[in-house]
Design a protein around this ligand. Structure first.
Ligand SMILES: *[C@@H]1O[C@H](CO)[C@@H](O)[C@H](O)[C@H]1NC(C)=O
Ligand SMILES: *[C@@H]1O[C@H](CO)[C@@H](O)[C@H](O)[C@H]1NC(C)=O
Length: 318
């Protein structure tokens, strides 16, 4: 069954790069997600990493997701930039974190050499690292759609002389964004997965510093709702948030607490239901089975701040 399923899937997503991620024998999976982290261990990055190691062990995680802003302040200089080891390899050293990492780019990554982070040479330095612009990870019970959200945001394209963004392979914006949306729509429309999770750096809903990202609310959210996406995970705001959509089953999860936090900005949103806003460092875990999803939010000491779960009943494809 699994083999046939992946064969069918493999031929269906020609536009997105696509990876098969094995899960546990009992058809469950667990993972951690963290964002906004690469500061050579400072601002409690190392403490968060240590707790990720402990919780990762407890949950026997299958992989890790990075929601972007991988290297501060301005991404990597090139593939030989020592920040890669100083902020990644030498920080996430726990045994349980020696798994595949799937990463997207954040706006700070675009301010350096964005192309360097995508280079397979980094995988020779640390084989856990896999960063691409937009791609998909397929498992037998869930599909993960990673979206490159930085080019969506119009303000980054203004004043190119003042602010450097590495738009190689991306410009012009309109064409790139419409291609990403078209590919995502194709992938979502063909997905028969029980759980659908979309990952991007920027917020769709947030009550902190950056608030909602208008371009994503306008262009991405309607598609996620149309195709029944269960979870949207992001960083960008350096805090932890759980917001439930009021008009669809989608849950918005902000996991931007990988290092510098405590921004002290809280702007309550008129739309949707806020379940958690924590202004400090931390990370989240996601555990999935065929029928159940569970999300847990942890602080810098690994203490549970909030948890949430959902059960799905009968599913036509299983
Ligand atoms: C790091 O975490 C400790 C323990 O919670 C806290 O006392 C300290 O203020 C944090 N440091 C930063 C820079 O956030
Ligand atoms: C799921 O959430 C409900 C409350 O909404 C709680 O009573 C239950 O214990 C949770 N189940 C798990 C497995 O965490």
């Amino acid at each position: 069954m699994a083999a046939i399923f992946s064969l069918v899937a493999a031929s269906s997503f020609a536009e997105f790069h696509w990876f098969e991620q094995p899960i546990k024998m009992d058809a469950s999976l667990s993972l951690l997600a963290v964002g906004d982290w690469g500061r050579k261990g400072t601002f409690n990055q190392s403490r968060v990493a240590e707790q990720m190691g402990r919780i990762g062990e407890e949950l026997d995680i299958d992989f890790v997701i990075s929601v972007g802003d991988n290297f501060y302040d301005t991404g990597l200089v090139d593939v030989y930039d020592k920040s890669f080891e100083q902020s990644f390899t030498n920080i996430y050293t726990a045994k349980s974190l020696q798994k595949q990492w799937y990463a997207v780019l954040g706006n700070h990554d675009y301010r350096g050499n964005a192309v360097a982070q995508l280079d397979p040479i980094l995988r020779e330095i640390d084989k856990r690292w896999l960063c691409m612009r937009s791609f998909m990870v397929h498992t037998d019970i869930a599909e993960f759609f990673f979206i490159d959200t930085t080019p969506f945001v119009k303000k980054y394209w203004k004043h190119p002389k003042k602010n450097h963004y590495d738009w190689r392979g991306v410009a012009p914006r309109k064409k790139y964004v419409s291609k990403v949306l078209k590919d995502l729509e194709m992938a979502l429309s063909k997905s028969t997965s029980i759980w659908k999770v979309v990952i991007g750096h920027h917020t769709i809903r947030s009550v902190s510093e950056h608030g909602d990202t208008e371009e994503l609310v306008d262009l991405l959210l309607p598609m996620l709702q149309e195709y029944g996406v269960d979870l949207y995970m992001n960083g960008h705001d350096h805090c932890l948030e759980h917001i439930s959509s009021d008009d669809s089953p989608i849950e918005f999860l902000t996991t931007g607490g990988g290092s510098k936090a405590w921004r002290g900005i809280y702007n309550p949103n008129k739309v949707d239901t806020l379940r958690l806003f924590y202004d400090g460092q931390g990370f989240i875990s996601l555990q999935l089975t065929k029928t159940d999803a569970k999300v847990v939010f942890y602080d810098v000491n690994g203490c549970i701040l909030h948890s949430w779960n959902r059960t799905k009943g009968w599913h036509p494809y299983i």
